[in-house]
Ligand binder design. Sequence first.
Ligand SMILES: Cc1cc2nc3c(=O)[nH]c(=O)nc-3n(C[C@H](O)[C@H](O)[C@H](O)COP(=O)(O)OP(=O)(O)OC[C@H]3O[C@@H](n4cnc5c(N)ncnc54)[C@H](O)[C@@H]3O)c2cc1C
Length: 457
Amino acid sequence: MAIFFGLNIIFAWNRVQYSGDFNQYGYLTIANGGLALLFGSRNNLLSLVTRVPSTTLLMFHRWVGRAAVFYASLHLYGESRDWIKEGEVSTVFANMRIQVGLMAWLSLALIFVTSLSIMRRQQFEVFYYAHALFIAFIIGALIHADHAPEFLLPGLCLWALDRVIRFSRNFRRIQILSVTPYATDVMKIKIRGFKTSYPGQIAWIQISEVSFLNWHPFTVASAPGDDEAMFLIRGLGGYTRRVQDLAKKNNFEQASIAEIPFPWKIRVDGPYGVSHTQWEAYPVIVLVAGGVGITPGLSIASHILRHATGTGENIEGRPPWHVHLLWVIKDEQHVNWCQEELQNLFAMSASPTVQATFDLTIAITGSARLEARAANDDEFIALEGQTSHDYNGPGELIRGRPNIVQWFRALRSKRDGLDGAVNVCGPRSLISMVRTAAADLSGRGGIFHLEEEVFEL
Ligand SMILES: Cc1cc2nc3c(=O)[nH]c(=O)nc-3n(C[C@H](O)[C@H](O)[C@H](O)COP(=O)(O)OP(=O)(O)OC[C@H]3O[C@@H](n4cnc5c(N)ncnc54)[C@H](O)[C@@H]3O)c2cc1C
């Protein structure tokens, strides 16, 4: 970021005297516009070569995009100031080159406005499809500015390549193996015909029976290389609720539907995303998840336990891996979402050929029973972390909000002297508690390296 800001300041520095001096800002617009294209594509060469996570690339994409709008506006202001003063506006704007320049600026301005976080959160489709206006920006810039191809064509070629790869994935044969709707507005889909390369990758999913135009991102909960990919989809807004309704309407119950002809078609674009953490390089893997945020944790845990069988590399004489998963959910029923997968993880870790331990704590923060017992907030807090003895599912179950710092402290004393890699995925409040705990408990006894994930762009 420092290099980005530094370069922009150096190149933008200009003792402006004449309107022609504002041309410099036009060039800075196309330079940043070209970079925005490079950072924005899903199949990203940069991310592939440098293993920079897509969240970081998205952050750069936003900043170079903002810089492009800023310089384009400065360029327009500087150039048009004198035309307005001298009453030449109508003559100048009759010029085709100026008209397309104006179109390029307008396209950028619209992309900027529709990308504001309020629009992105509330009108995702408007934000997403308004980005197509960048084609108008490119055409306008290519006609309006000299040397525009040098700045814009490299990014444009990589963007076109990305679109070709994405289009070709439409023809991939995806078989739906099972669809399991849960009472709590969460649905599990298992498919075949799609594999990931790294733990915690995402895929964009399209279900044409719900919408032909909408593609939504979901984390693949299975391990890299698995023949079956699993997704947990929570009904949040318009699209995901329609997916839940479709699943309920078809009444799949909990049955496998491999044998019956499946009434929907699913398209999958991906896998995308690289993590900057090489999970198997750490002796301790700490996974903290809130609700459906369990998906990256499940993928990482399965990957480590698979790796600990020694099939990928020779692990003889290597100390074991320790996987600790804390899953915070509102209701005990939510355990059902991935009871089978969690039990499989326990079964794997119990195998004598697997050099790994798996430890699971499930914290129920708001079950009806708990709320009935805790009439007010003080009592609720007093119930923090009580172990439940009437639970016979996988792992240990506690009722009440977990004390994250205490949980990390217990983990630190159990795994003293070992470094840990931490993945946290869930609400921002949970992420911030984990960040604080990981920082506080990093020290001579071992360092916690943190990777944070939120389910939003
Ligand atoms: C990297 C990533 C991984 C995710 N993994 C999972 C997962 O494993 N399980 C799960 O249940 N959810 C996951 N999500 C969230 C899921 O994509 C959204 O809940 C879903 O797209 C919401 O769409 P909606 O129309 O139902 O809700 P809306 O109410 O329209 O939107 C709710 C939120 O989702 C965002 N959103 C809406 N449409 C899209 C879209 N097409 N692409 C991206 N964001 C969108 C909106 O900006 C808003 O912030 C993930 C999101 C991201 C970014």
